[in-house]
Design a protein. Structure first.
Length: 219
C-alpha cells in the first residue's frame, strides 16, 4: 500500500464485543515496549513540567508532517533504542521508524497544554474514541470523512496529515487514546499487505461502539 522499507520479523493484532473473547494477533512486543517507554517517559516529564520533557515535546510538535530522521534533535527520541528488527536499512524509513515518528510527534500535539491529564491512556481504542466524537456534538459526517481520509491514505505523509487532523480534534475534546496501540497499528498499516487487518480493526471499534451522550470519551 505505502512506500516504506519493510523491517524483518514483523508480526501482524482486536475487537470489542465482550463474548466471545475475540482472537487477535499480538502486538509486536519489542516495538510496543520501545514506544511505551518513550511515551510514558515523555508524559511523566511533561506533566511534572520537567524542562527536558517540555523542550522535547516542543521539538516533536515541530516535526509533524516531516519524515523520520529529518530533525537531528529527535534522533535520540524517535530512533534510538528502536529494536534491530524494526530498523530501516536503505534510503527509505522502515514502517516502524515511521510509526515511531508519527505516534510520538502527534502525542506531543495531543498533550500540548494539558498539564493535569495524560493524553496517553492504555486500553483506550482509537476507533472507539473517534466514534465517540460524533456522539458528543461533532457532525457524524465530518468525523467519518476524516476517518475515511486516514483509511484511504496512500503514503506515510498522508497518514500523518490525516491522523494529525483527528488528533487535534481529540485534543479539543479532551479525549485520550492508547498511543502504544496506535503506534503498533500504524506500524502494521505501513507494512505492505498488512493494512487490511488494521482497517478492519478500526472499523469494528468504530461500528460496534455506540456510547450514550453521558458516557465520557474513551471509556
Amino acid at each position: 500500500m505505502l512506500r516504506c522499507e519493510s523491517a524483518s520479523h514483523q508480526t501482524p493484532m482486536f475487537h470489542q464485543i465482550p463474548r466471545p473473547q475475540p482472537r487477535r494477533r499480538p502486538m509486536s512486543d519489542q516495538f510496543t515496549t520501545f514506544i511505551a517507554a518513550k511515551v510514558n517517559q515523555l508524559q511523566r516529564g511533561y506533566l511534572a513540567n520537567e524542562a527536558t520533557a517540555v523542550r522535547t515535546m516542543a521539538h516533536l510538535r515541530k516535526a509533524t508532517n516531516k519524515a523520520p530522521g529529518t530533525e537531528p534533535e529527535l534522533w535520540s527520541v524517535t530512533l534510538e533504542d528502536l529494536p534491530t528488527s524494526d530498523q530501516g536499512r536503505g534510503q527509505h524509513a522502515s514502517p516502524s521508524e515511521w510509526a515511531s515518528h508519527i505516534s510520538l510527534s502527534l502525542f506531543a500535539v495531543h498533550q500540548q497544554g494539558m498539564k493535569s491529564k495524560g493524553m496517553h491512556e492504555p486500553g483506550v481504542r482509537f476507533g472507539r474514541v473517534i466514534r465517540g466524537l460524533s456522539d458528543h456534538g461533532m457532525s457524524a459526517d465530518a468525523v467519518k470523512r476524516r476517518f475515511d481520509a486516514l483509511a484511504s491514505a496512500s503514503s506515510p505523509l498522508e497518514v500523518q496529515h490525516h491522523l494529525g487532523a483527528l488528533v487535534r480534534i481529540l485534543r479539543d475534546a479532551d479525549a485520550s487514546i492508547d498511543y502504544v496501540r496506535l503506534a503498533d497499528d500504524l506500524r502494521r498499516l505501513l507494512i505492505p499487505g498488512q493494512h487490511k487487518p488494521v482497517l478492519l480493526q478500526w472499523g469494528r471499534d468504530f461500528a460496534y461502539s455506540k456510547p450514550t451522550p453521558s458516557m465520557p470519551l474513551g471509556e
